[in-house]
Design a protein around this ligand. Structure first.
Ligand code: HEM
Length: 799
């Protein structure tokens, strides 16, 4: 413990007075340091500093800075254990405690990292204060000269409040501005030490906290959730060796091969600069102009035009690291890996018509879905797996593993499961956590390393660079959501909004005044994989990057007919929105190289003649190893959670069969689905048995697109009342058009038929029972578990 020094107290000098007196100056010293044991603190500090510095007569590690051996196995830095904490103190006055300064820092402590508890705020039972902690007497009125007089400039309370408000907004992310996030954990299935020394994978059952942000790319912060777009899937692992960010997407490839083209791509897809339209949409001239001049984007366009781009839920998407990364084990051996997140909830999508309507009635659809599932304890879960392959495997592939427009088909390299991720806690505060979180591909930990993917290289630079302006300076790593739980100690100092208060005068390395600390970790720290590089400095691409269509064809050919039909429809819609027909021509000519069938259908849908195929950059492309892959269809992952969290509307109204309503609600709750009583208005209705039924939603405020299925119970005259409300008919019609499960009982059958639904014996999702059989609700749940009844779909819709 530091000795307490009271202001004005004197410590009687005993011996070596000259040393003690010298220690009282901060600018020079005597030839000899003062002796210890005089009882004088300043003298003791000077003596202890002298002893510490003298313990390092020269820099022992200097020789180890040279040569290849040291480059891959750097030595640990030298640490001198100082005789007392006085050596690293900034000031002896640190022993004076107060409610504000507390005491001195414990050795090696850094409280700016650690759990978020240290910054959580709860105002319950507290009085209102200014930011300076001054209690506010009146939060209703500004200070005026007289009740009807002018407001006064000295009203510091009003000015502080308004000033803070004026600065509430920060720049939004240039891309991925719209997103939602949650906390959770990653659990390793077993030791994966042969593959990697990365901390999360070192033991079976090891838990690593994570924060995950899902996002759209093109739209601004307030844009709709259900835009046709790529979804960001960014995971921050708070490991005990520092933060690792796996900043991926819900599609395993990307539009471009080189970071040099990223600003062009983003400028092309964002709202057009002259009139700032359209918001959150790729269906416009500049996007298709750009991509049709960049044929390497064809593969990604297939994904973007597929149902992957309109997910039913963030919880029902795969995630991919996209680039090839390296795993490195503790022997320094490396393999290539591709990261895959596989959702337990399965991969499911909306229909385009649904997505468009949802964007009007609930632009927060995905945000709400994630929030509600976690609040209800239905924690979303994904399995993390990797495709592992060697340098030699990579050389054999017909494509380049450094090309982010290519996947490694699972038929060539299967996925090895590593562990699972569960999201089990919503953030306390959207801005502090979801908005201020800063993901970065440069955040890797020992055991994970980069490859030479040129898109990845640009990203390693881009994220920190943009966050410097988005978060206002170089200290955003100290914002609580970004701070690691691993200790942080280095000699970086100062900058805007610095939180850490560093003890001592040493902010450099090597040093002896700080006992050599913080010392370099040596081989225990992050050692870059020593990949040999012997090439000319050039701007260019390797030959294999020139093959642009094999995997676009692979993707299209791997889809089920209904998925292919949706891709055709998406191309047709997007291209129909172009104002320049020549761009359409160019896109279709590009598609001919991927699939003649697709190109012909798109051309037909646009009323145009088929253009000549676009000349290929590589006239004789290599033969692809795999031409169809089941794993690429969304049907490959139906999920393991059945109807859990699916939303079901239960129609109610006066005279409804109360028993049927109660039975439906009970069965839905048991299955983990969410039932909602919906009527011509919210509020109480009288059921046929005299009970009261309280509708919590109405046909007006919760239209059909927000539900995965509907149950229409029997009732005396209830269905007649529904028939008088056009919204109820629309509801049923949209349920039918959007391929959802409809159960109608008793009198409700006539209402459903009157709404125009088309009876078909093959339609497993249309359950119409004038005389309800036992088990009708069980059959409904079984049909609901199929999510959609694609057998019902026609293009154009008949209804
Ligand atoms: C050279 C290519 C790329 C560049 C320069 C780039 C740049 C950026 C920038 C500037 C942001 C905003 C970061 C922020 O303000 O916090 C961002 C966000 C993001 N990027 Fe990229 N990006 C590139 C490619 C990609 C690719 C290929 C992926 C997917 C693998 C991706 C995934 C993401 C995600 C998920 C986010 C959102 C992170 C969050 O939730 O905060 N980006 N990117």
């Amino acid at each position: 413990m530091a000795t307490s020094r009271k202001p004005g107290s004197k410590t009687a000098p005993k011996k070596n007075v000259s040393g003690q007196s010298s220690a009282r100056n901060s600018d020079s010293a005597a030839a000899k340091a003062p002796r210890r044991g005089t009882g004088d603190l300043l003298a003791k500090q000077a003596a202890d500093v002298e002893a510490t510095v003298a313990a390092l007569p020269f820099n022992e590690n200097k020789a180890a800075e040279h040569g290849r051996q040291q480059a891959t196995m750097p030595p640990e830095g030298t640490e001198i254990i100082p005789p007392s904490p006085l050596v690293s103190a900034s000031t002896l006055a640190e022993s004076n405690e107060s409610a504000k300064v507390g005491t001195r820092a414990d050795a090696g402590a850094n409280p700016t990292v650690g759990s978020l508890d240290r910054v959580r705020v709860d105002g319950s039972g507290q009085r209102l204060t200014t930011n300076q902690g001054v209690p506010v007497a009146d939060n209703q009125n500004s200070l005026k000269a007289g009740l009807r007089g002018p407001a006064l400039l000295k009203d510091f309370i009003l000015r502080e409040k308004i000033t803070h408000f004026d600065h509430e907004r920060i720049p939004e992310r240039i891309v991925h501005a719209r997103g939602s996030a949650a906390h959770g954990y990653f659990e390793s299935y077993k030791k994966h030490t042969k593959l990697t020394r990365a901390a999360p994978f070192q033991e079976a059952g090891k838990i690593t906290p994570v924060f995950v942000r899902f996002s759209t790319v093109a739209g601004e912060r307030g844009s709709k959730d259900t835009a046709r777009d790529v979804r960001g899937f960014a995971v921050k692992f708070y490991t005990d060796e520092g933060n690792w960010d796996l900043v991926g997407n819900n599609m395993p490839v990307f539009f471009i091969q080189d970071a040099m083209k990223f600003p062009d791509l983003v400028h092309a897809v964002k709202p057009e600069p002259h009139h700032a339209m359209p918001q959150a949409a790729s269906a416009h001239d500049t996007f298709w102009d750009f991509v049709s001049l960049m044929p390497e984007s064809t593969h990604m366009l297939m994904w973007l035009m597929s149902d992957r781009a309109i997910p039913r839920s963030y919880r029902m998407m795969q995630g991919f690291g996209v680039h090839t990364f390296r795993f490195v084990n503790d022997q320094g051996q490396s393999c290539f890996v591709k990261f895959h997140w596989t959702p337990l909830q399965g991969t499911h999508a909306l229909l385009w018509d649904e997505a468009v309507k949802i964007s009007g009635c609930d632009p927060d659809y995905h945000r709400r879905d994630l929030w509600e599932a976690i609040e209800a304890g239905a924690y979303p879960e994904w399995e993390l797996g990797v495709q592992v392959f060697s340098e030699q495997d990579a050389e054999r592939f017909s494509f380049d593993i450094l090309d982010a427009t290519k996947i490694v088909p699972e038929e060539l390299v299967p996925i090895t499961p590593l562990g699972r991720m569960v999201l089990n806690r919503n953030p306390d505060n959207f801005f502090a956590e979801t908005e201020q979180v800063a993901f970065c591909t440069a955040h890797v930990i020992p055991g994970i390393d980069f490859t030479n993917d040129p898109l990845l290289a640009g990203r390693i630079h881009s994220y920190v660079d943009t966050q410097l302006s988005r978060l206002g300076g170089p200290n955003f790593h100290e914002i609580p959501i970004n701070a690691p739980i691993a200790p942080v100690h280095n000699n970086q100092r100062d900058g805007l909004h610095r939180q850490a208060i560093h003890r001592g005068k040493v902010a450099y390395e090597p040093n002896s005044l700080g006992g050599g600390c913080p010392f370099q970790a040596g081989a225990a720290g992050f050692v870059s994989f020593p990949e040999p590089v012997e090439q000319d400095e050039v701007r260019g691409k390797p030959e294999k990057f020139a093959e642009h269509f094999n995997q676009a064809a692979l993707f299209f050919n791997s889809q089920r007919p209904v998925e292919q039909a949706h891709i055709v429809a998406a191309f047709r819609f997007e291209l129909s929105k172009l104002t320049v027909p020549a761009i359409r021509q160019r896109v279709v000519s590009m598609l001919r190289n991927a699939s003649e069938d697709l190109a012909a259908q798109v051309a037909d849908g646009l009323g145009m003649t088929l253009p000549e195929p676009m000349p290929r950059a590589l006239p004789k492309p290599p033969k692809a190893e795999v031409t169809s892959s089941e794993a690429l269809s969304m049907f490959a992952l139906p999920g393991q959670v059945g109807v859990a969290t699916r939303k079901v509307a239960i129609f109610v109204g006066d005279g409804v069969d109360g028993e049927q309503v109660a039975a439906a609600q009970k069965a839905l709750v048991k299955a983990g689905a969410v039932g909602r009583l919906i009527g011509p208005r919210v509020g109480a209705f009288s059921a046929a048995d005299g009970s009261q039924i309280d509708a919590d939603a109405s046909f007006e405020n919760e239209p059909s697109v927000l539900f995965d299925g509907v149950i229409l119970p029997d009732g005396e005259g209830t269905a007649k009342a529904w028939a008088r409300d056009g919204r109820a008919g629309e509801f049923v019609k949209d349920q039918f058009r959007h391929l959802k499960t409809i159960l109608a009982l008793g009198e409700a059958v006539a209402f459903v038929e009157g709404a125009g639904v088309l009876r078909d014996e093959e339609d497993a999702g249309l359950l119409l029972h004038s005389d309800p059989p036992k088990g009708a609700i069980a059959s409904f749940l079984e049909a609901l578990a199929k999510h959609k009844h694609f057998e019902r779909e026609t293009d154009p819709p008949l209804l």
